[in-house]
Write a protein that binds this ligand. Structure first.
Ligand code: ADA
Length: 550
């Protein structure tokens, strides 16, 4: 077995308002402690400050090592024994670094993060995004001493659900010995061996006694692998997503995806949300009968996806983007970063059966011709890595969108009954339903009728305790969500809806304050501490009634 160290815990910490390039870790005094994973600006003495948060700890290791960092914000530089070895420029993106750690003694690891805004066109996290740009180390950090050869990438793709066959693709790091083989074993079955050719091994094989993964029966299989000294276990599920006559299918059956957009965040922890709180969110949602989560607006954490695998929540996983302009969409650095982060998202999470949709570029300027190049390239990048899932992105351009042709599923964000009717105080039900019917009709034209159709965002804000029945009240929100659910459930063309949003989420108290009271996006059906609003119970009741009518 390889020596893999989980480096999570309390690290030494230093904060400075200076920017990363000015930082020399050796010259700093680390007078504080901060948890890893952790967002240093989520609470305590550094709350809401902007600058560089520098984390340091010692690690005893030697020889060739692989350092894995699950995700940072907004950017970071990595130092080993005072020498810079890497930079991270993509928030939420897991990255691994293989290097020679030196002799087997205690070494200094520094991860210097920065949450200062970058407003240039190439920036991956713009200050106008409607979610808070925390700094820190969002996800787990580990370090593994790796011998000559190690397993670098494993992909298990279900092929035939009747036969129980899967395609296995393995990539090895280091230098493979001649005639090397990798030993594989499903669950508690017999081991078998697959030859390695030029650091890659591929095979198609049958999973003994295979059981399907569905939201109702989320059965997980395990593939055990041994390559040289390394042993790994990968969980996967026997399930297939598809499209038939413009309807999304799972294992050949059409279904309705009904659930929420969810930021993987908490006001006290930022994006370093403890796993138990993530589990609590997802189990709450599943227990109310929902089967779908859109992981907005960035690659989801390993914890979130593993829990969804276990409890049967289907997931839309998307790479980071929010309302990106033509200047960004045509900027070469932004394009390169978008393609790289999207490829890494797929490779990181490809074995999670809960994911059935890959997405990117939420609400970008896709009504502009100049956006088509990046959209098509991102769709192609995803399919190169994984041709077993559906590709989409959430558009708010709808009837004017010019980038829908490369998608498997059309997904639209729209807020009738909330934005654009500033004068109305009572819920305008007919207006809302008319807009949804216009969209369904638009998606039924020859060009698009074979693509799936999802309502990827719709909702209304509600402030807990407002029972006026008017806009901003719990009743208004509940009435809007229930009316939408009824329409999506009964109208054949729709394959689902992700309500915006599961919980109130931290954003900014800047110019948007008139729309974001308290500095929060208040469209949750629970507040930021998961205290239910009226819609939490009433929408679930409405869903149960829809299902009963089947
Ligand atoms: C957009 C955006 C969401 C959120 C929402 C809102 O659809 O994709 O992140 O900002 O609007 O609440 O207005």
């Amino acid at each position: 077995m390889l020596n893999r160290q989980n480096l999570n815990g309390m690290w030494d910490f230093h904060f400075t308002e200076r920017h990363l390039p000015e930082i020399n870790p050796a010259a700093l005094s680390y007078e504080y402690k901060q948890p890893v994973p952790g967002c240093f600006d989520a609470r305590g003495r550094f709350r809401f400050l902007r600058g560089s948060g520098i984390y340091r700890r010692m690690v005893k290791c030697g020889g060739t090592v692989k350092l894995e960092i699950g995700g940072i914000g907004l950017r970071a530089e990595i130092f080993w024994d005072g020498k810079k070895i890497a930079s991270m420029t993509k928030p939420f993106t897991k990255e691994s670094f293989v290097f020679n750690a030196g002799t087997r003694v205690s070494h200094e690891l520094v991860i210097a993060t920065e949450n200062v805004f970058d407003r240039t066109a190439s920036s991956m996290f713009q200050p106008y995004y409607d979610f808070y740009a925390y700094g820190g180390i969002y996800r787990s950090v580990s370090l593994t001493e790796i011998p000559g050869i190690y397993l670098d990438y494993v992909r298990v793709t279900p092929l035939d659900l009747k036969e129980g066959t899967v395609a296995i693709h393995l990539e090895l790091g280091g230098t493979a010995e001649k005639q090397m083989e990798v030993e594989l074993r499903f669950d508690n079955g017999e081991a078998f061996r697959v030859p390695v050719t030029g650091n890659v091994a591929e095979t198609v094989c049958r999973v003994p006694d295979h059981k399907l993964w569905t939201p109702e029966t989320p059965h997980l299989h395990t593939l055990h692998l041994r390559a040289g000294e390394e042993e790994q276990s990968i969980r996967f599920g026997m399930r297939k997503a598809g499209i038939r006559d413009g309807r999304i299918t799972l294992n050949g059956e059409t279904l309705k995806l009904i659930g929420f957009n969810r930021h993987d965040a908490h006001p006290d922890y930022g994006y370093a949300i403890p796993e138990e709180l993530t589990r609590n969110d997802l189990e709450m949602i599943r227990a109310k009968g929902y089967n779908f989560i859109r992981g907005c607006h960035y690659a989801q954490s390993e914890a979130m996806l593993s829990i969804c695998d276990e409890i049967g929540l289907l997931v839309w996983d998307e790479s980071l983007g929010w309302g990106n302009t033509v200047q960004s969409l045509t900027d070469p650095v932004f394009q390169r970063e978008q393609i790289d982060q999207t490829r890494r998202m797929v490779r990181k999470s490809v074995n999670h059966p809960c994911i059935i949709l890959w997405g990117f570029l939420n609400e970008a300027a896709t009504h502009e011709e100049s956006a088509t190049n990046l959209v098509e390239t991102l769709a192609q990048t995803i399919r190169e890595e994984d041709n077993s899932r559906l590709v989409t992105f959430a558009s708010c351009r709808i009837f004017k969108d010019l980038c829908l042709d490369s998608l498997d599923v059309l997904s639209f964000n729209t807020y009738p009954g909330w934005y654009g009717i500033q004068d109305a105080q009572q819920f305008p039900k007919e207006e809302v339903l008319a807009e949804l019917r216009r969209i369904a009709e638009f998606a039924s034209q020859e060009r698009y009728r074979n693509k799936g159709l999802i309502l990827s965002e719709i909702g209304a804000a509600a402030l807990i305790g407002d029972h006026s029945g008017l806009r901003w009240s719990e009743e208004y929100q509940a009435e809007l969500l229930e009316s939408v659910l009824e329409e999506i459930w009964t109208e054949e063309r729709w394959s689902g809806v992700a309500f915006w949003h599961f919980s109130d989420t931290k954003t900014y108290s800047d110019g948007r304050a008139t729309m974001r009271p308290r500095g929060f996006n208040n469209k949750g059906v629970v507040n930021e501490y998961r205290v239910p609003k009226l819609a939490w119970e009433s929408l679930a009741k409405c869903l149960a009634e829809c299902k009963a009518r089947k």
